[in-house]
Ligand binder design. Structure first.
Ligand code: ADP
Length: 366
């Protein structure tokens, strides 16, 4: 029978478990054997107890849990060819030739490299005497399918990454909590949300909770923005609002690529307006807690499709990314998605925001 292995890698996110559950069950439904790899690529390189065959009921009651029940890690060894050769040996010894990776663009880049090197790695293992010619022949092709788990919504090839919606829910809960205390004291709050290269969480949460001002990396404000912001804040106070809310993405920068920190924003408001101003950095709270209905459902949908895609794949199939486009679950060439995502990051680093936004248009709000 066909053997499928699944791992989660990179930063954890809600929805990974829903995808994992659907993957396991759809693959078993199609009579495949399914292996779970614990602790991401670290488990793949280590083998042993980190790779365990799983059953239908092993993945019961995990859909709504945040994070990933099979663990995730950052793994230096897998970045080296020696590490990837160990990983290949661990798969061949179990007859696994189908691998599904749930992670961010780094993890998916690693998966693609692994698959490109696969036949070379098997040659080396054969020469070393770690595998025999029959094992090499049986496992001659590796099929890869990628799913994107990331709260940042920062990947091309899918309109929504798993976890972004749940993270928005956490942010809105925090804003609701802050709003009551802030208006009691007539304070201003600077809320810092995650998103190093992607302002999705900041922008969408700002829309959803009527923030006064929002700073994101994709759209650096023009010089003199501080004055405009303060004008906006004092206008809304004059109109009767008892608090102000400014949402800052952690990667926000100005026109000169200088980071705009929460501390800086607070300083400006205190100096120009004299407001009692506080900072809240949400940090890992955004990754925590229950998975939203939306992330559960898209986790199920992309997970089920990923199982079908990896089981259908043959020796000629290129790696695919299963994502959501216009509310349809679609397969796209994995490497093209990774390349586009990296091109967006490079454009942002180079200060070419117009181009970066245009390339990301599919996954961004319009
Ligand atoms: P994310 O997947 O969330 O972008 P990382 O970039 O940290 O997170 O990648 C997670 C893991 O994927 C790394 O620790 C490493 O094991 C593997 N990986 C990332 N990039 C590569 C690469 N270029 N080659 C091989 N492995 C990689």
């Amino acid at each position: 029978g066909k053997c499928v292995a699944i791992l989660t890698s990179g930063g954890d996110s809600q929805g990974m478990n829903a995808a994992l559950r659907a993957l396991v069950r759809m693959a078993i439904f199609h009579r495949a054997r399914v292996f779970l790899i614990y602790e991401g690529y670290h488990g793949l390189v280590t083998g042993g107890d980190c790779i365990r065959e799983t059953s239908w009921y092993d993945v019961s009651h995990i859909m709504g849990k945040g994070g990933t029940v099979i663990g995730t890690a950052r793994c230096k060894e897998f970045r080296e060819r020696d590490g990837r050769r160990k990983a290949a040996l661990n798969l061949v010894k179990r007859g696994i030739t189908k691998l599904v990776v749930i992670g961010g663009d780094g993890s998916l880049t690693g998966a693609n490299i692994f698959r490109e090197e696969w036949s070379g790695l098997l040659d080396e293992l054969c020469t070393l005497g770690d595998i025999d010619e029959q094992e090499q022949a049986v496992c001659s092709h590796l099929n890869i399918v990628g799913l994107v788990g990331s709260i940042d919504n920062d990947m091309c090839g899918t309109d929504m990454t798993l976890g972004a919606d749940s993270a928005l829910h956490r942010i809105l809960e925090a804003v609701d909590a802050i709003t009551s205390t802030a208006s009691s004291h007539q304070r201003s709050f600077v809320l810092e949300v995650m998103g190093r290269h992607c302002g999705y969480l900041a922008l969408v949460s700002a829309l959803a909770c009527m923030a006064d001002w929002c700073l994101i990396p994709e759209s650096p404000p023009t010089d003199g923005w501080e004055e405009k912001m303060c004008c906006q804040l004092s206008q809304s106070r004059k109109a009767g609002r008892r608090m102000n809310l400014i949402i800052v993405a952690e990667g926000a920068v100005d026109r000169h690529s200088k980071p705009i920190t929460s501390q800086y924003v607070k300083g400006v408001i205190e100096k120009e307006l004299g407001h009692d101003t506080r900072i809240t950095v949400l940090g890992h709270v955004q990754r925590g807690g229950a998975t939203s209905a939306y992330d559960r459902v898209i986790g199920c949908r992309v997970g089920a499709e990923a199982a079908i895609a990896v089981l259908e794949a043959d020796s000629t199939t290129e790696p695919v990314l299963v994502g959501l486009q216009g509310n349809k679950v679609v397969r796209s060439p994995l490497m093209e998605c990774v390349r586009k995502t990296q091109a967006v990051s490079s454009a942002m680093k180079a200060g070419d925001f117009k181009n970066a936004l245009a390339m990301r248009a599919g996954s961004f709000v319009r």
